[in-house]
Design a protein around this ligand. Structure first.
Ligand SMILES: O=C(O)CCC(=O)C(=O)O
Length: 235
């Protein structure tokens, strides 16, 4: 297969899956609001696009991720160091270093398909990201706790786009004040755009699902303030 333009990766037959995951659909740009969203005034500001990537696009990204230099940072909890329950890597433009899990992580150069997806998001939604955090969950024992993507280096009032590959997992969103919670089932190829001010008012998490055996990979495209950490990096 000639792998040049990401958008040229043609749809393939349904019934196939990406990696170990269980993607079945190939209906691009199909807008399906989840049914369990409570009252309109409490709806978190997001857009869910089912099967945003077709299966060939998913497979190209999935194959590429096998060569990412993932690490498992350690975080301090009550004075004791613990590895986070997943692997992560940060790809970004120069000057877009990122502090997450308490560590300052220098930007690595963009891989081909992660970069092509960034361009597609810019074309389709005007989303001008300059970095992507990739999380890899080996199976349902791996997870991410409650948090908001509200670090100070994230460009104020910017949207964050989250693309899922591989295993279907529950993704929870919880209001910071009312604690009202909703659950989305994110499948391979789905795109969740978290619009501002979702990170201000809501948290999200990916809980363990111990019966899940398959790997899941998630790409969150973010826009950082360029040079935010330069004084620290230059030391
Ligand atoms: O894997 C996911 O869907 C969650 C990722 C996430 O919350 C993050 O990158 O901040």
């Amino acid at each position: 297969m000639k792998q040049e333009d990401f958008d040229e990766l043609a749809p393939v037959k349904t019934g196939q899956s990406v990696g170990e995951g269980n993607a079945k659909a190939d209906s691009r740009f199909e807008l399906k609001p989840p049914s369990n969203i409570p009252m309109e005034q409490d709806k978190p500001p997001f857009t869910l696009i089912k099967a945003y990537l077709n299966l060939q696009q998913q497979q190209a990204l999935f194959n590429e991720s096998a060569n990412y230099p993932f690490t498992r940072p350690e975080v301090l909890l009550y004075g004791k160091s613990h590895p986070i329950p997943r692997n992560q890597v940060w790809f970004a433009d120069q000057g877009c270093d990122y502090r997450y899990s308490g560590l300052l992580v220098q930007a690595l150069a963009w891989p081909k398909y992660a970069s092509k997806l960034r361009q597609k998001l810019a074309r389709d939604f005007g989303l001008n990201s300059n970095g992507v955090l990739v999380n890899r969950y080996a199976d349902g024992h791996e997870s991410m706790g409650w948090h908001s993507d509200d670090e100070p280096e994230i460009e104020p009032a910017s949207d964050i786009a989250s693309l899922t590959l591989g295993a279907t997992r529950d993704f929870f969103i919880r209001h910071k004040q009312s604690q009202q919670k909703i659950c989305l089932q994110l499948q391979s190829g789905d795109l969740l755009i978290m619009h501002w001010p979702m990170q201000k008012d809501w948290e999200h998490s990916l809980p363990k699902r111990l019966k899940e055996k398959d790997v899941r990979i998630n790409y969150t495209y973010r826009r950082l303030i360029v040079g935010f950490h330069l004084p620290e990096v230059a030391k």
